[in-house]
Ligand binder design. Structure first.
Ligand code: SF4
Length: 461
């Protein structure tokens, strides 16, 4: 299997990898196609249709604005979050946008942007964009499928491979694997750690220095996100009136170091803080690292910050080892089940991130490949069945708190595994298969549609 660590950890914008990041990339791809076809100057109208989960929760997830900004040629990794609301207001007031930041067309989000609850048969997260000329004749139309974690496929790519993006990026790698069993065999046959296998594979894409430097860029983006989240106060956007909790907790923790030293569980307060800070930033549409999705973006940074703050051995080398190991687990979850809440519920998002974080921590605390597998398996096993039911379609409740709970769970899973010998009853492959099967049996109202669970049982304020 061939998917890069940089496909799983992407610097982007909140609040959702599948509902914000993927659609923005899809819209940008659409404009690039129009450009390649020579149709950009002829385009007079764009119609956007968001289907299924994108239609049901697209308003709360900011899908429409993400598509509009993608049509202007922006990408999640490079767009300035401060620029977004300003530009969107201009577009709204002028009822016009600049295709590829150069061709002005009329655009009215009331009539040109459609949220449609019904899903296309191929996938629960789909969108169709159609360009017409001044006579109303279709110049180009394309369907895109946002398959989780910011991965986007057009109709042809989706049909070519039911499994996708990695096939399109395929290059030969020294240690291909499709299951944990295969990965363990590679480790044992070659006397390598999981992160060393991953590093060797990554070095087929770029030099070792580039790989290390790009991984540290991801870490620095995670740190920046935590720092911002600890300082921003106020109410999160969207209308639920959810208050940011990270700044007050940060003030509390930094003003009571002595008390914290006497509390054996004080470290957990910091883990909670890190996760809250990231997920509040995500909910506010700020810069975050998908890890492996935006909704679950706080878990891995929280556990990594915990490692760096509370372990004497914390180092950049450890960060690289942690993230490469976590990525191996994320690849297996994506490859053999899903990391999309719209496909398998929250077990695919928070469950996968929890397993990834547990594996990463086990790796930097001396775990063998078998202990690392055990850590990931424990973490995933106890997220099985977790539904996705965000209130009002916003990635706030239960998502923000859920990341803090899962980060603590990841630490515990890692500690349990490290304190044993690596032998365990249930394999990670079996748990991932169970996650996939459970997701297939889960009713669609629990899969990022906000039609069930907390979303219908908690009254919006
Ligand atoms: S409930 Fe889980 S899967 Fe659903 S939006 Fe929130 S974090 Fe994502």
């Amino acid at each position: 299997m061939n998917i890069s660590i940089f496909d799983l950890f992407k610097i982007g914008i909140g609040p959702s990898s599948s509902h914000t990041v993927g659609p923005m990339i899809g819209a940008k791809n659409f404009v690039d196609s129009l450009k390649d076809r020579g149709d950009l100057p002829k385009t007079a109208n764009i119609r956007v249709e968001l289907f299924g989960s994108l239609g049901a929760t697209g308003v709360g997830h900011g899908t429409g604005p993400a598509v509009i900004l993608g049509l202007e040629g922006n990408l999640p990794a490079t767009i300035d979050p401060n620029y977004m609301p300003v530009r969107l207001e201009e577009i709204e007031s002028q009822q016009a946008l600049l295709l590829d930041n150069q061709y002005k067309i009329q655009f009215n989000s009331e009539t040109d942007l459609h949220y449609i609850y019904q899903a296309l048969e191929q996938h629960p997260n789909a969108m169709r964009i159609t360009a017409r000329d001044a006579q109303g004749i279709i110049l180009y139309s394309q369907e895109y499928f946002s398959i989780g974690g910011g991965f986007i496929l057009d109709k042809e790519q989706f049909e070519q491979s039911s499994d996708n993006a990695e096939a399109a990026n395929s290059v030969d790698i020294p240690y291909p694997f499709e299951s944990m069993e295969e990965l363990l065999a590679i480790c044992n046959d070659n006397n390598l750690s999981i992160y060393q296998v991953m590093l060797a594979n990554e070095c087929q894409h770029r030099s070792i220095d580039e790989v290390r430097s790009a991984i540290l860029d991801i870490w620095h983006a995670m740190q920046g996100c935590v720092e911002r989240g600890c300082l921003q106060s106020g109410i999160l956007p969207g209308g639920l009136n959810v208050k940011r909790r990270a700044p007050e907790l940060y003030t509390k923790l930094t003003s009571r170091p002595e008390a914290a030293l006497r509390d054996p569980l004080a470290a957990l307060d910091w883990v909670n803080l890190y996760a809250l800070a990231v997920n509040e930033e995500n909910a506010a549409g700020s810069k975050v690292v998908t890890a492996p999705t935006n909704g679950a973006a706080g878990i891995i940074p929280a556990v990594l910050h915990y490692y760096m703050r509370f372990y004497f051995s914390g180092s950049n080398t450890g960060v690289i080892k942690f993230l490469l190991t976590a990525a191996a687990i994320g690849m297996l979850c994506k490859r053999n089940a899903s990391i999309s809440g719209a496909e398998v519920g929250c077990q695919g998002e928070v469950g996968s991130a929890c397993a990834m974080a547990a594996a990463g921590l086990a790796a930097v605390t001396g775990g063998t490949p078998e202990q690392i597998e055990n850590a990931a398996e424990i973490a995933m096993e106890h997220n099985l069945g977790l539904t996705c039911d965000p209130i009002a379609g916003l990635v706030q409740i239960p998502c923000i708190e859920r990341n803090a709970i899962a980060a603590v769970k990841a630490i515990n899973a890692s500690r349990m595994a490290i304190n044993e010998d690596g032998q365990h009853f249930v394999s990670l492959d079996k748990v991932i298969k169970t996650m996939r099967d459970t997701g297939a049996d889960m009713q669609s109202k629990y899969k990022e549609t906000s039609l069930g669970g907390l979303a219908v049982n908690v009254t919006e304020c």
